[in-house]
Design a protein around this ligand. Structure first.
Ligand SMILES: Cc1ncc(C[n+]2csc(CCOP(=O)(O)OP(=O)(O)O)c2C)c(N)n1
Ligand SMILES: CC(=O)[C@@H](O)[C@H](O)COP(=O)(O)O
Ligand SMILES: [Mg+2]
Length: 626
C-alpha cells in the first residue's frame, strides 16, 4: 500500500510516519513528479531536488500555523502535492489550471505569491515582523536557492534581517545551479562551504606545515592563535555569521534525518538563522541529473528517454543570439550580457564564440543594465538579452544609467507579450508602457524572425539607447513575410493598402492582423495593414495622412493598452489636432493569467472573432476610443 495516495491526507500526517516511511513517501513523490510533469511540462529538475527537503520541512514545522515562502516558487510542486493539490497536477500551468508557483488564492498553505527571484527573505521578514508586533508565535521559513541568492534583493533582506535579529529561518537550497550552472563570488563561496571538512582540511595542512618546519614544535603554541584566527575566517558560513545570522550546515539535503535535526535547531533558535542545505538538482531521474539545465523548465517529454515531444525549430531567442554573434564576428566592440539566462536568451551562442566579451552576471538584472552602461561609456557596443518581465527589475538603471546618458546599449527584450504557462508574474505585457515613457529610448518590434535578424544587424550603427522586443517561441511554420531590412526611426511599413481603415499592428500581432483583415472583408470593410515596427517614435506622418483621408485606425498590440502603441497613436492624433476613429486592442488594465496563448487571446478579447466583432460594431455604431 502506498503512502502518498493511501495514507497521507494532511500536513500533520507527516509527523506520524517513521523515518523509513518518510523515505518511501519521498520515493512516491519523486515518481509522481516524473510521471506527471512528463505529460504537462514544468519545472521538473528544481522539484526533484527538493523532495526530501520539503518532506523534512513538513516533518519539523507546523503547516497549520508556520509560514513557508519559496523563492521563485518554481520548486513548490512538492509543497503543493502535500497540501491537497495532488489531483490538480493534471492541469499544472494550464488555462484555468493549477499555477506552477505558490498562489495564496489557490491555498491557505501558500504564504506568498512568488515567480520572480530573490523576494522570499524580504517577504519572510515582513511576516516575522508582523508576527512579533502582533505577539504571535508562528515560525517563518524562507526557502531560497543558490541562484536566487545571487539576486541583490536577497542581500538587501539578509542585511536587514541580520541587523534586526528578527527570529526567522532561511533555508539555502544549494545545488550549484541557477538555470545553468550558477555563477558569481557567492556561488564560489558556497561551493567552498559545501566541501564537508573544508576547515578541518585547511587546519591539517597548516599543522603539517608547522610540524615540518625546523622549529615547528616550539612554534606550535604561537601558531594556536593563528589557527584560531584562521578558524574564524574559514569556519563555514562566516559571511552569514558576520551579517548577524546563525549559520547551520552544510547538511545533506537528501538526508531527511539530518535535515530534521538541523531544522529543529533552527526552529528553536531565538534569532535569524540560515540553514545551508546541499542538494542535487534533478535528482532521481537520469536525464534530469545529466541535464539539470535542460530539465529546469521542460516541455512535455518522453519519460523513457527524456526527449522533448514538440520542438519549435527556430525561436526568436535563437535568431537574436545568432544575430548578435554575427555582429560580434565583425565588430570587436560588440559584447553580450545576460542575467543568469544564457540559454533562454539565445546568448549561449555568443558565449561560445566570444567568452571574453560575454558576461553572465547571475540573477542581477539591475547590475546587468548598469554594467552595459559602463561598457558603453568605455566604447563598447553592449547587447543585453533579458525577458520583458525581468527587465522590470532594471527600470531605474535603464533610465538613470543608459537613457539620460544616451548610451548605445541595445536591449533585446525576449518573452515580450504572452509567455503562457508561467502566468501573471511572467507575462511580458508592460514593457511598451513602462519604456515608452522614457526619453531618448527608441523601441522596435519585428513582425517576423527574419525582421528580428535584420533589426539586430541594423542596430549596430544605431547611436542611442535601443530596445527591440520579441515574443517567446518562434513563428508558426510557413509565416515568411517580406522582412524589412532598412529601418528609419518613426517610419512604419504599409503592408497592404486599405479603403475603410488600417490596422496598425506591432510584432507578432501583424500575423493576427492578417486574419482580421480577411474577416473584415467578409463584412464589407476593407482594411489595410501597417507594420508598426517602431513603437517609439511612432510615424506621425502616416497617422496624419490616414486621419486626413478619414481612415479608421485600429491598433493591435500584445501589451497593456495603457501607454502602449495604441496610446501613442491616440496621443499623436490628439496632439496634431486631428480626429479619427481610433480603436485600440491590447490587454485592458489587467494581469494576464496562465494558459496557452490562444486561450488567453480569447479570454482577453484579442482573438480574431472578438476583434472583428468589435470593429464592425464600433464602425457601424460610430463609437470609438477617440
Ligand atoms: C528576477 C528573476 N530573474 C530571472 C528569473 C528566471 N529564473 C527562474 S529560476 C532561476 C534560477 C534559480 O536558481 P535557484 O534559486 O538556485 O533555484 P534552483 O532552480 O536551482 O532550485 C532563474 C534565473 C526569475 N524567476 N526572476
Ligand atoms: C521560473 C522562471 O522564472 C523561469 O524558469 C522561467 O519559467 C523560464 O521561462 P521560459 O521557459 O520562457 O524560458
Ligand atoms: Mg540552485
Amino acid at each position: 500500500m502506498g503512502i502518498l495516495r493511501d495514507r497521507y491526507r494532511n500536513p500533520e500526517d507527516i509527523k506520524e510516519l517513521t523515518m523509513d516511511e518518510l523515505y518511501q513517501l519521498s520515493d512516491e513523490i519523486r515518481a509522481f513528479l516524473i510521471e506527471s510533469v512528463s505529460k504537462t511540462g514544468g519545472h521538473l529538475a528544481p522539484n526533484l531536488g527538493v523532495v526530501e527537503l520539503t518532506v523534512a520541512l513538513f516533518n519539523v514545522f507546523d503547516l497549520e500555523k508556520d509560514r513557508i515562502i519559496y523563492d521563485v516558487g518554481h520548486q513548490s510542486y512538492v509543497h503543493k502535492m502535500l497540501t491537497h493539490r495532488l489531483d490538480d497536477f493534471a492541469r499544472l500551468r494550464k488555462y484555468n489550471g493549477m499555477s506552477g508557483f505558490p498562489k495564496r488564492e489557490e491555498s491557505r498553505y501558500d504564504a506568498f505569491d512568488t515567480g520572480h527571484s530573490s523576494t522570499s527573505i524580504s517577504a519572510g521578514l515582513g511576516y516575522a515582523r508582523a508576527r512579533d508586533i502582533a505577539g504571535d508565535d508562528y515560525n517563518v521559513i524562507s526557502v531560497i536557492g543558490d541562484g536566487a541568492l545571487t539576486g541583490g534583493m536577497a542581500f538587501e533582506a539578509l542585511n536587514d534581517l541580520g541587523f534586526s535579529k528578527t527570529r526567522m529561518v532561511v533555508v539555502l537550497n544549494d545545488n550549484q545551479m541557477s538555470i545553468s550552472r550558477n555563477v558569481g563570488g557567492i556561488s564560489t563561496y558556497l561551493s567552498q562551504l559545501r566541501g564537508d571538512n573544508y576547515y578541518e582540511k585547511v587546519k591539517k595542512d597548516i599543522q603539517d606545515t608547522i610540524d615540518r618546519m625546523p622549529m615547528g614544535r616550539t612554534l606550535n603554541t604561537g601558531m594556536m592563535r593563528i589557527k584560531n584566527s584562521v578558524k574564524t575566517m574559514l569556519v563555514p558560513g562566516m559571511l552569514f555569521e558576520d551579517m548577524g545570522l546563525k549559520y547551520l550546515g552544510p547538511v545533506d539535503g537528501h538526508n531527511i534525518k539530518d535535515m530534521s535535526k538541523v531544522l529543529k535547531v533552527a526552529r528553536d533558535f531565538n534569532g535569524p538563522v540560515i540553514v545551508h542545505v546541499r542538494t542535487q538538482k534533478g535528482k532521481g531521474y537520469v536525464a534530469s541529473e545529466k541535464r539539470p539545465d535542460q530539465f529546469h523548465g521542460i516541455a512535455p517529454f518522453n519519460k523513457q528517454n527524456g526527449e522533448v515531444m514538440s520542438k519549435v525549430k527556430v525561436t526568436y531567442s535563437k535568431v537574436f543570439g545568432e544575430a548578435v554573434t554575427e555582429l560580434g564576428r565583425k565588430n570587436g566592440k560588440v559584447c553580450a550580457i545576460t542575467a543568469a539566462m544564457p540559454d533562454g536568451t539565445g546568448l549561449s551562442a555568443f558565449k561560445k564564440e566570444f567568452p571574453t566579451r560575454f558576461f553572465d552576471v547571475g540573477i542581477a538584472e539591475q547590475h546587468a543594465a548598469t554594467l552595459a552602461a559602463g561598457l558603453a561609456v568605455a566604447g563598447m557596443k553592449p547587447y543585453i538579452g533579458i525577458y520583458s518581465t525581468f527587465l522590470q527589475r532594471a527600470y531605474d538603471q535603464v533610465i538613470h544609467d543608459i537613457c539620460i546618458q544616451k548610451l548605445p546599449v541595445v536591449i533585446g527584450i525576449d518573452r515580450a507579450g504572452i509567455v503562457g504557462d508561467d502566468g501573471e508574474t511572467h507575462q511580458g505585457i508592460l514593457d511598451l508602457s513602462f519604456l515608452s515613457a522614457v526619453p531618448n529610448l527608441t523601441i522596435m518590434a519585428p513582425k517576423s524572425l527574419e525582421e528580428l535578424h535584420n533589426m539586430v544587424l541594423w542596430s549596430e550603427s544605431f547611436e542611442g539607447p535601443l530596445a527591440i522586443r520579441y515574443p517567446r517561441g518562434g513563428d508558426p511554420v510557413g509565416y515568411n513575410p517580406k522582412a524589412l531590412s532598412e529601418f528609419t526611426p518613426g517610419k512604419f511599413e504599409v503592408i497592404t493598402e486599405g479603403i475603410d481603415g488600417y490596422i496598425y499592428a506591432t510584432g507578432k500581432m501583424v500575423q493576427r492582423a492578417e486574419a482580421v483583415v480577411k474577416e473584415l472583408e467578409g463584412r464589407g470593410l476593407r482594411f489595410g495593414i501597417v507594420n508598426a515596427c517602431f513603437i517609439k517614435p511612432v510615424d506621425f506622418e502616416m497617422i496624419r495622412k490616414h486621419c486626413e483621408e478619414n481612415k479608421a485606425i485600429v491598433t493591435l498590440e500584445d501589451n497593456v493598452v495603457h501607454g502602449g502603441l495604441g496610446s501613442q497613436i491616440l496621443e499623436a492624433v490628439n496632439d496634431m489636432g486631428l480626429s479619427a476613429a481610433v480603436i485600440r486592442f491590447g490587454f485592458r488594465d489587467t494581469f494576464v493569467v496562465q494558459g496557452d496563448p490562444e486561450s488567453l487571446y480569447k479570454h482577453y478579447g484579442l482573438d480574431t472573432d472578438s476583434i472583428v466583432s468589435k470593429i464592425s460594431a464600433r464602425l457601424c455604431k460610430g463609437e470609438c476610443d477617440e
